[in-house]
Design a protein around this ligand. Structure first.
Ligand code: 13P
Ligand code: SF4
Length: 454
């Protein structure tokens, strides 16, 4: 299978960040880099404690050859056996996916964390917010490890707790409610048919603190696979929704549900009332936080037009973090798992152009040699924070575990975890649904399984 490194070695393939052409370890040592790079590259405050401090990767691991690293990962994993479960997001490099017990999108991996309650440790090959979620959902005795604590998410960084609290206080003045009032988990049962003035909905790509904020205020978490079901849940319980941090997922989902664009004002946290007047906010159905994914915003309608011209009959499927015009011009839009399913369901001989992260696209292309599969963006552009889980970190964390030492643990503050769990449990009950479209040849399945073994 083609790895990013091999792709970058090919002289004709341009990359979105020249740093990607440097040796992996040099690239990994850069403080920030490329699309997807986390603004601060620090562990979110709600998970900072003595054990969560980034450990320094021992130099010995940096000097190991790939073959040595792979041999050591395999040996450590074998010696740990059922004591450890390794979860890998679809955007991880092939070298990491090879060792994952479960590979999936963020919804599936949140569920997968629950399927192995006997494992002592969950090693999450993904980014901060995913590992935090696993820690919140796991049993208290279980340890969650993020192999490289610098693996964040630039979109998640775009909504911090202070800015969301400040926005909430301003909205409370417009809608006349008490911003400090906690809406207990049983509020909806105690007020049948009652509606809150505004329901906070956070995308999974957010800190544990913001998930807790939603849990405290009658809100819910969504992922890209169940955003539509979650918005239905929220509209049944509130007059409107404050959706953060991804404006595109919020807009694309609400638009597919028939919400007019005029009822979706944008909230810019640096402006009073988010840059809106009170009347527009009173008429709003979905208030969209000004956040975005720097990987998915690279996709354009011009790329789709070029793919259609070069490949008549091509089917275009994109992730809903892409801008609205791109989702509108595509044949289908859905989460990472739904994209995988779209490709699996397409007839042999189909040509499919995909608008999502390059590791995922290359893997799909390798898994379906009977179909022509390519990335809409001709430039190689991995999510550079997902890319930070290098095999060296996996070898180090697994060997440390086998030696009885926990490194790079993610541990969410118990009070934050308690409220975040409320919002996450609501999210887990919301079944995935495609946003738009199915492959033209068969039906897209909307499996709600909790992650599958590879
Ligand atoms: P999924 O919800 O599809 O796993 O996406 C997570 C993500 O970070 C996409 O950029
Ligand atoms: Fe964050 Fe996903 Fe975008 Fe990476 S691809 S920056 S994890 S939203």
């Amino acid at each position: 299978m083609t790895s990013i490194a091999q792709l970058l070695d090919a002289p004709v393939t341009p990359a979105c960040d020249p740093g990607l052409a440097t040796p992996t370890w040099d690239f990994d040592a850069l403080p920030t880099y490329g699309p997807g790079a986390s603004v601060a590259d620090v562990v979110p405050a709600a998970t900072t404690n003595a054990r969560s401090r980034p450990g320094q990767l021992p130099i010995a691991y940096q000097r190991m050859t790939n073959d040595e690293l792979h041999a050591r990962i395999a040996a450590a994993k074998a010696s740990l056996g059922d004591r450890v479960v390794i979860l890998g997001h679809y955007y991880q490099r092939d070298e990491i996916v090879a060792y994952a017990d479960f590979v999936g999108d963020s919804f599936q991996l949140a569920g997968a964390a629950l399927t192995r309650p006997d494992a002592e440790a969950i090693v999450f090959c993904g980014v901060h917010f995913m590992a935090e979620t696993a820690d919140i959902l796991a049993r208290e005795e279980q340890t969650v490890i993020l192999p490289n604590l610098a693996a964040g998410c630039s979109m998640a960084d775009m909504a911090d707790e202070d800015s969301v609290e400040a926005a909430w206080a301003e909205l409370a003045q417009v809608y006349r409610f008490d911003p400090d009032e906690t809406v207990g988990p049983d509020w909806f049962e105690r007020h049948p048919g009652g509606k809150l003035p505004v329901v906070p909905v956070t995308y999974m790509n957010s800190s544990a603190a913001l998930k807790a904020f939603c849990g405290r205020h009658g809100g819910i978490v969504c992922t890209s696979s169940n955003a539509r079901t979650v918005l239905e849940w929220a509209f049944a319980r509130g007059e409107r929704v404050l959706f953060f941090p991804d404006q595109h997922l919020g807009r694309n989902t609400a638009k597919a549900m028939g919400v007019p664009l005029a009822a979706m004002p944008m909230w810019n946290p640096r402006k009073p009332l988010g840059g809106n007047d009170a009347e527009a906010l009173r008429d709003a159905r979905v208030i969209l936080w000004h956040g975005f994914c720097s990987v998915h915003k690279r996709f354009t309608t011009a790329q789709i037009a070029a793919a259609r011209e070069a490949h008549p009959g091509v089917q275009v499927v994109v992730h809903p973090e892409c801008p609205m015009a791109v989702v509108d011009a595509a044949d289908a839009a859905g989460s990472t798992e739904l994209i995988r399913q779209f490709v699996a369901d397409a007839e042999p001989g189909s040509t499919i152009a995909i608008g999502t992260e390059i590791n995922m696209v290359n893997r799909l292309a390798a898994q379906h040699p009977d179909k022509t599969i390519f990335c809409l963006d001709p430039v190689v552009c991995p999510c550079s924070t997902m890319y930070r889980i290098h095999p060296g970190y996996l070898a180090w964390t697994l060997e440390s575990l086998a030696a009885g030492e926990v490194v790079n643990e993610i541990q969410v503050d118990p009070d934050v975890a308690r409220h975040a769990r409320t919002a996450l449990e609501r999210m887990l009950a919301a079944a995935p649904k495609p946003l738009t479209g199915t492959p033209s040849t068969s039906t897209t399945s909307t499996s709600s399984t909790t992650g599958g073994p590879r």
